[in-house]
Design a protein around this ligand. Structure first.
Ligand SMILES: C[S@@+](CC[C@H](N)C(=O)[O-])C[C@H]1O[C@@H](n2cnc3c(N)ncnc32)[C@H](O)[C@@H]1O
Length: 280
């Protein structure tokens, strides 16, 4: 794997993955193309074969984070997200967690007797029991309070009774599995402007911190603008990015410092400040 570490590889990920050793990758974070929603350069997406290769290259205990959604075609959602999840399960992965990526600035949609779509799934598939979880903690709403009336229902016993368990509420708890991000507005995300569908760096940061440790190998087999790779590098992980498009690989190489990036300049900074001001 040494030859592939910390590089962006241009090609069909199915061909490239076949060159990797089995059980060699600690974590995968990716968002696949789905439902022909966008025409990426050189689009080719043999989903089931790619899923099998991912199962082969991921280490036991490693995870695949799969960020995906559904198109609505002729009045119905395609169900692609669920089909993908069930296929990953059928080939041996656990569906470890079904998480939600909620967009704080969703694209407004034409009213078609349905609510505005504002989320994507972030499925966490694991090969066996998850070996690394560094949970993100958040403050408890009632930290330190003695809630005398607090009762907990014990569903694990046959007898369904409530027990009084008054204790000061802890300062922190493990974050829930709905994560919210602003899409495309932060300066670090604007580096990816040449790509039609990058996910936020902050999303990559939260997942990479959660499911890997420093020195681990983090792979994005459809890396687009290289968001996963840029953040993996920043966090002291080894990265491998693959994309079928040379143009997107060039953006990814710039974002990971493999080739020189043009100076971002004042205009970019001004753009992002203006869009943030519009949002607030
Ligand atoms: C949703 S985008 C990924 C965006 C990425 N997460 C980012 O932050 O920029 C999906 C990517 O898959 C790439 N792709 C499609 N088929 C592929 C294949 N068979 N092998 C490698 N990459 C592929 C497309 O070129 C596109 O960049």
């Amino acid at each position: 794997m040494e030859t592939f570490k910390n590089s962006i590889l241009t090609g069909d990920c199915l061909d490239v993955l076949k060159q990797f050793q089995a059980d060699s990758v600690d974590m995968v974070l990716t968002s696949p193309p789905y439902d022909n929603l966008r025409t990426y350069k050189g689009f080719k997406f043999p989903f089931e074969e790619i899923a099998s290769e991912l199962f082969r290259v991921v280490k036991t205990g490693g995870v695949v984070v799969w960020v995906v959604s559904d198109a609505t075609i002729e009045g119905t959602e395609t169900g692609t997200s669920f089909k993908h999840a069930l296929h990953f399960k059928s080939i041996g992965f656990n569906i470890h967690d079904t998480m939600i990526f909620r967009k704080r600035n969703p694209i407004p949609q034409i009213y078609r007797k349905r609510y505005n779509n504002e989320f994507e799934f972030m499925f966490v598939f694991s090969k066996g029991q998850v070996k690394t979880h560094n949970p993100i903690m958040v403050d408890c709403l009632h930290a330190g309070l003695e809630l005398n009336g607090t009762t907990y229902k014990n569903y694990s016993k046959h007898e369904q009774k409530r027990e009084k368990m008054a204790a000061p509420v802890k300062a922190q708890k493990i974050k829930g599995n709905i994560w919210e991000y602003v899409v495309g507005k932060n300066l670090e995300d604007q580096e990816a402007k040449g790509h039609p569908a990058p996910f936020p760096c902050e999303l990559a940061r939260d997942h990479i911190k959660s499911w890997s440790n420093e020195g681990d190998i983090v792979l994005d087999p459809m890396c687009g603008s290289g968001t996963t790779c840029k953040v993996a590098k920043e966090l002291g992980r080894n990265f491998i990015g693959i994309d079928i498009s040379q143009e997107y690989c060039d953006i990814a190489k710039k974002r990971t410092g493999l080739i020189e990036a043009e100076p971002t300049g004042k205009q970019l900074r001004l753009d992002s400040l203006l869009t943030e001001a519009v949002d607030n």
